[in-house]
Design a protein. Structure first.
Lengths: 324, 469
């Protein structure tokens, strides 16, 4: 499994094996990234499977996934490494006698300091370093996937620092020297576009924009992820969600919310949508009161139309396009 | 193909998409890897390597289609039209082409390269000839639509359409000679048709080239004009675009502020706290502490005139205030005409456009009254003066046209004493202040900042000041 992707089709196939349905565009970018060894910058609305992409990529390649979650105020010591001061201190206390031995018999203070100085490498060695995700990714003996999640939340200074790491995959720890990556990890950066990323970062990455899926794709995802869902319900849910996304909402429902909704409906033993069930369960996909009100209005019309169509003998099969 | 990609990259740059040299190198490496197999794959590959901003994607898509299928599509379209015109299906059409070639060979008619390509429907050769001619006559320099005719003419000359026309005429004559034969007549019609198609192809190619120049430029130019245009004279569509611009401006400001706040957060070295925190390490300073002083976010009180005369400006101002609400710890918004009403709650609870609509439609105060700044100020003084503290920035938006009512400028004096600063934004031209019923001159001495705010650029400046101040 750990072989790299042979072709774009291979990407699609192996992703499908990980229960991830991806279109050709995504597969192309992934294929390129794995061969050009370039980071992928994934942008798109929340909940379209950006983070999932990295996980699946790791799964498909059989690599380990290391995740660095970005947030405001994230700095090098949280992302790269930190010295374990307390442990160092503890060791100096425990080794007090040993240190005493080392400096025993030193003629003067200067000589004693010299002797301690000749040993101080002991305390600044890899033993006392806490590796954070980035350093772990670089020092790993195995190839791996590094996910840098929500990079837009991090500060611009951190972005600049990241640039350095991403361009040569080496970091320098002043006390230890430069550490170079054994394997260049496959990097996936995700961004919700809370702020525009710098051009320098974008230049180094392959850019992938994942949007809400098309009707067919979303249906396939539901059928794959919610086992035992009635096909008819899946059709209706997809049609409803796609219609809701067209409204002007504060937050459009994401794929994960669509899945939640489908699961909830299956749990309630619903096999076809009607206005009461919709009213009761809409809060699963919409998180703002105003949005829910808007969607209820829209869906009422939709359900009424769907019913009228279903009632008419000529079009017994519910059309997927009834909404528009 | 390499040249073509380089030209395409240039074209992207021309249309406002930033593409660096490194990125175009990536494209070549990526294309090597994936190959030029399918059009869609090439499109995806180039999109991933060249276009990094979501806003540029539509431009890219449009350009890609125009550029990479341009000539091919044109040639194919011409073939289709010929077929339709003669009412033939592809097999018959192929037969006709072969018969015609046989006829030409029998008659011993020599044809030029282009004529042959036309009559044999040799798409590849035709495409090549069209491209070459386009290069020779510098079609890519076209900039304005009125040049279309001129460049079409140039290409026709460069391709020698005149000669082709003569040759085709000869063939047509030869076909018409002798006793009338339906097959030959059909061939004759085809030959005539091809000349029209050639001219049509040239026209379309020039048009396509013009469209490539235009995609992004048009938008950028329009946006530039929009920024300078006075709020008073906006059309419906422009108002929509302006709304977008204001939202973007607000977003940009949020970013700037966020960065500023973050740098301010790293305080000075705090000796006392450092000593205290490091007692657990026996007084060895392992953990350095910094002094985190609280930065007080500015508080804003906005008084917005929503009378008819400044309606458009108020709209943007309100939209702006709405977008910035979470930047400031406290924003209180008031609107007035002759009465004053608070809309802070409305802004917190409703969706932006709805809130603004309600505010200026008269749900809060009577917006059809005559402006009376004096009365509104007095009411503010009576009911809401407590809203102003020494951290407050007060922004008044209005034209100060008071319908000769009492101006009550003493209210402003008191506000200025209490507030951090008082800013007056006037949507009228500075030249007209103080004339007629404008009381601007009376109010002016009590304001810290008075700005003319008639268009987006001026709003930009004011806002920059607000954030820095």
């Amino acid at each position: 499994m750990s072989k790299s992707f042979a072709s774009i089709e291979d990407v699609i196939e192996r992703f499908a094996g990980q229960h991830y349905i991806c279109n050709r565009t995504i597969a192309t970018v992934v294929y390129l990234a794995s061969h050009l060894r370039k980071p992928i910058l994934v942008e798109g609305p929340a909940g379209v499977g950006k983070t999932e992409l990295a996980k699946v990529l790791a799964g498909a390649l059989g690599h380990e996934l290391i995740r660095l979650q970005c947030y405001e105020g994230l700095d090098e010591s949280k992302a790269l490494y930190e010295w374990e001061y307390a442990k160092q201190l503890l060791y100096t206390q425990i080794l007090k006698d040993k240190i005493g031995e080392v400096i025993a018999g030193a003629p003067g203070l200067k000589e004693a300091v010299e002797r301690v100085a000749s040993q101080d490498d002991v305390f600044f060695s890899e033993r006392f370093i806490v590796p954070r995700p980035l350093l772990r990714a670089i020092t790993s003996p195995e190839p791996l996937v590094l996910l840098i999640d929500e990079i837009d939340k991090a500060d611009t200074e951190f972005e600049a620092f990241l640039l350095e790491v991403l361009s040569d995959f080496q970091v320098s720890v002043p006390e230890l020297g430069t550490i170079k990556a054994k394997h260049i990890p496959l990097v996936v950066l995700t961004s919700n576009n809370a702020r525009e990323m710098s051009d320098a970062l974008k230049r180094r990455c392959l850019h992938l924009y994942i949007d809400f899926p098309e009707k067919e794709q979303e249906r396939a995802i539901i059928l794959l992820k919610v086992p035992g869902v009635a096909e008819r319900l899946a059709d209706e849910v997809v049609a409803a969600v796609q219609a809701i996304r067209k409204l002007d909402l504060k937050k459009a429902p994401s794929i994960s919310e669509t899945l939640d909704w489908t699961r909830a409906l299956t749990l309630l033993n619903v096999d076809t949508l009607d206005s009461t069930t919709v009213d009761d369960t809409l809060s699963v996909i919409l998180k703002y009161e105003g949005d829910i009100r808007k969607a209820q209005q829209e869906l009422k019309d939709h359900v009424a139309k769907a019913r009228a169509k279903a009632a008419a003998p000529t079009t017994a099969e519910p059309e997927k396009d009834v909404l528009h | 193909m390499d040249d073509k990609i380089i030209t395409f990259v240039g074209l992207l740059r021309q249309n406002g998409v930033r593409v660096s040299f490194a990125e175009s190198m990536d494209t070549f490496r990526a294309l090597d890897l994936v190959g030029l197999g399918t059009r869609l794959a090439v499109k995806d590959v180039m999109r991933a390597t060249l276009v990094k901003r979501a806003v540029d994607v539509p431009t890219y898509n449009q350009l890609f289609d125009l550029y990479f299928s341009g000539v091919g599509d044109i040639v194919k379209g011409a073939e289709q039209r010929s077929m339709d015109a003669l009412d033939l299906d592809p097999a018959d059409y192929q037969q006709l082409l072969e018969d015609l070639a046989k006829f030409l060979a029998e008659q011993g008619i020599e044809t030029s390269d282009l004529t042959e390509a036309l009559l044999k429907q040799d798409s590849a050769r035709l495409e090549r000839l069209l491209r070459e001619a386009a290069n020779r006559s510098n079609v890519q320099r076209i900039e304005r639509s009125f040049q279309e005719g001129q460049f079409s003419q140039g290409m026709q000359q460069s391709m020698g359409v005149g000669d082709v026309a003569r040759e085709l005429q000869q063939i047509s004559d030869a076909l018409g000679a002798g006793e009338p034969d339906p097959r030959r007549q059909q061939m004759g019609r085809f030959v005539d048709r091809r000349l029209q198609e050639l001219q049509e192809m040239i026209r379309r190619l020039v048009r396509g080239e013009l469209e490539q120049r235009d995609v992004g430029q048009r938008d950028a130019a329009r946006m530039q004009q929009l920024a300078e245009k006075s709020f008073y004279y906006l059309s419906e569509d422009e108002i929509r675009r302006m709304k977008e611009a204001v939202t973007k401006l607000a977003l940009r400001l949020k970013n700037v502020l966020a960065v500023k706040r973050r740098t301010a957060r790293k305080g000075k070295f705090d000796v006392k706290d450092t000593l205290r925190k490091n007692l657990q390490y026996g007084g060895v300073p392992f953990k350095i502490r910094f002094d985190h002083r609280k930065r007080i976010k500015p508080q804003v009180v906005v008084l917005c005139d929503v009378s008819d005369s400044v309606r458009n400006v108020s709209r943007f101002m309100l939209q702006f205030v709405y977008s910035l609400q979470d930047l400031y710890s406290k924003v209180r918004s008031f609107i007035f005409v002759s009465d004053i009403g608070e809309i802070t709650r409305l802004f917190e609870e409703s969706e932006i456009h709805q809130a603004i609509d309600q505010a200026i439609r008269g749900n809060v105060i009577n917006v059809y009254a005559h402006s009376d700044f004096g009365k509104a100020f007095r009411m503010f003084h009576r009911d809401h003066l407590a809203a102003i503290t020494r951290h407050t920035t007060v922004i008044i938006l209005g034209d100060a046209r008071n319908n000769y009512n009492l101006p009550h400028e003493w209210v402003l004096k008191e506000i200025k004493q209490r507030a951090k600063q008082l800013i007056w934004l006037n949507p009228e031209n500075r030249m007209t202040w103080g004339f007629g019923d404008s009381e601007m001159d009376r109010y002016l001495p009590y304001c810290d900042v008075v700005e003319e705010c008639r268009n987006l650029n001026q709003l930009y400046r004011v806002v920059d000041r607000l954030v820095i101040g």
